[in-house]
Design a protein around this ligand. Sequence first.
Ligand SMILES: Cc1cc2nc3c(=O)[nH]c(=O)nc-3n(C[C@H](O)[C@H](O)[C@H](O)COP(=O)(O)O)c2cc1C
Length: 169
Amino acid sequence: MKRQRILVAYGSKHGATAGIAEQIGRTLEEEGFDAAVHPARDVREVEGFDAVILGGSLYAGHWNRDTMRCAHRNAEALSHRPVWLFSSGPVDSSAERHEIPPVPAVAEEMERLHAKGHRTFGGSITAGTPGLVARTLVKHGKGGDFRNAEAIQSWAHQVGEELRADGKA
Ligand SMILES: Cc1cc2nc3c(=O)[nH]c(=O)nc-3n(C[C@H](O)[C@H](O)[C@H](O)COP(=O)(O)O)c2cc1C
């Protein structure tokens, strides 16, 4: 049977969300899907994909602008295929302790696109993250890489299971 094509599109300012997207793509590949991972700003059309996972980092309560624009630009096509959204994220262990709901604008996108699910993953700010805010946080011991490989893989696995259950894989 032809492998189902899944697009994992991400908006990432400093690479943390890109890493999450790559991991989602790898997990789906390992599970037999044909996964393509691309920056959201490069995604002009999604017609060639059977399902789409769209993720972005959070800054001051807002989803990454590239991700939001990608969602708007492709809204019509996205609303006709299975879509999942994700956000990254809290630079502490809160995303591991409980489900963090999407910020309001992402919740709106979920409705508009009829998204099948959303997950907030822990994010990352390290000494290598540029910017004054990041530098100050790290200096005060508030940084760290809170991306949890197990949680990311497990969510990607869940998405794959749902696609299979829908009889589309
Ligand atoms: C200035 C600044 C503002 C942030 N605001 C939020 C926020 O509102 N909510 C949140 O969960 N994380 C917030 N974060 C954490 C980032 O979302 C996290 O570092 C994320 O993993 C960055 O991903 P990126 O490198 O892909 O852009 C903020 C980080 C910085 C530096």
